[in-house]
Design a protein around this ligand. Structure first.
Ligand SMILES: NC(=O)c1ccc[n+]([C@@H]2O[C@H](COP(=O)([O-])OP(=O)(O)OC[C@H]3O[C@@H](n4cnc5c(N)ncnc54)[C@H](OP(=O)(O)O)[C@@H]3O)[C@@H](O)[C@H]2O)c1
Length: 351
């Protein structure tokens, strides 16, 4: 783990609402110059005002992450107005709640274009400026669902898993050219954001996060820590760690548990408003803010867990178990031979 240089200029995609907005504000509060990217101007302007009030600087860029040229142009604009981009955070997402068989191909394409290709476009745009300097950090906002898909959000889960595949390939490519640029994935638990009220929903009940739920500001602090330390990954919150480890150890048990829970896991009892507008193909209306409707259930603090610790723990455990086994075998050998060297039985020749 390396401690990063001071971050002066950073960019966040999906900065008009939810987690992205909280991340932008967290860096703005630390005096950073923040490039704010999303489609909805009202939300972006509101984020900008908050950052300026807290002592940072902000640049509003109305752009769609699904459009690669818009991302390259956005990066160039931030560089020309604010200077070298030290940190780029890919956070923008859309999803659709519904069974795969009820989704249209267009809906699959749109979620993939925004939630997966949006991360690719942002990363390529950042690298265009970071590679010549051989300096910078890119953080990709992931989810426990990048490891463990859940039902009724197939395109979103697939986009998160695809992003992980892309980032892992790219990490090795950067290492191959001895790059000092760091890539970090921050995999989140459930967060109290507007997502659940403006995402397209095919159910007749409102969408809801799977508890425990955390406030976006708690997640933003985990992202600040990721920017400072540049770990390979963070798994944020005990629920994310549990979901990922359970998937690694017993995926078919997890399949059955999720199948039995059905849509109850992802919806609340409140009825959905029929034909309400959503943000799948265009920005949501007005200024959504950072928080969703779960303030009372959401926790203000969360622990970012570095899975390298788990791997180190497992390696130490395996070493200790191996050493104990070797010692036990050696003891058994000594007991079997009465303490002296083992004498082979006499060879009896057959006649
Ligand atoms: N909330 C959770 O429970 C949860 C759990 C795990 C992981 N995450 C991750 O956290 C991140 C943020 O999620 P969230 O819950 O904060 O979502 P959210 O409340 O729905 O906010 C999504 C943000 O993305 C922007 N966006 C959507 N489509 C865009 C596009 N085509 N181009 C540019 N910006 C676009 C939205 O703004 P506009 O509509 O104005 O463009 C908004 O600013 C995502 O990466 C998500 O996967 C969230």
């Amino acid at each position: 783990m390396t401690r990063r240089d001071v971050i002066e200029t950073m960019v966040v995609t999906g900065a008009s609402a939810g987690v992205g907005r909280a991340i932008a504000v967290a860096f703005g509060r630390r005096g950073c110059k923040v490039g704010l990217i999303a489609r909805g101007r009202q939300g972006l302007e509101s984020t900008r005002r908050e950052i300026i009030r807290l002592g940072g600087e902000a640049l509003v860029i109305e752009a769609d992450v699904a459009d690669p040229k818009a991302m390259f142009d956005a990066a160039a604009r931030v560089e020309s107005e604010f200077g070298p981009i030290d940190l780029w955070v890919n956070n923008a997402m859309v999803t659709v709640y519904g069974a795969s068989v009820d989704l249209t191909p267009d809906e699959f394409h749109q979620v993939t274009k925004v939630s997966y290709l949006g991360q690719v476009h942002g990363t390529l745009a950042a690298l265009r400026h970071m590679r010549p300097r051989n300096r910078g950090a890119i953080i990709s906002i992931g989810s426990a669902l990048a490891y463990r898909s859940i039902p009724f959000q197939a395109p979103y889960c697939a986009a998160k898993a695809a992003t992980r595949g892309f980032i892992d390939s790219l990490r090795s490519e950067l290492m191959n050219e001895n790059s000092a640029i760091t890539l970090t994935m921050v995999h989140l638990p459930a967060v109290n954001t507007p997502q659940f009220d403006w995402a397209r929903n095919k159910f007749d009940r409102k969408a809801a996060p799977v508890p425990p739920i955390y406030q976006p500001e708690a997640i933003a602090e985990a992202v600040v820590r990721a920017a400072e330390r540049a770990p390979r990954e963070y798994w944020v919150g005990a629920s994310a760690v549990k979901a990922i480890v359970a998937q690694m150890l017993m995926p078919s048990v997890a399949d059955r548990i999720l199948a039995r829970a059905g849509i109850d896991n992802e919806t609340s009892a409140e009825p959905e408003t029929p034909n309400r507008p959503d943000n799948l193909f265009g920005a949501g209306r007005g200024d959504p803010g950072a928080h969703g409707r779960f303030d009372r259930q959401a926790s203000p603090r969360v622990f970012p867990f570095n899975p390298a610790w788990l791997r180190a723990g497992l390696a130490l455990g395996a070493l200790a178990a191996g050493a104990a086994l070797l010692t036990a075998a050696a003891r058994a050998e000594r007991r079997g031979s009465g303490g002296g060297p083992a004498i082979p039985p006499p060879v009896v020749a057959r006649r």
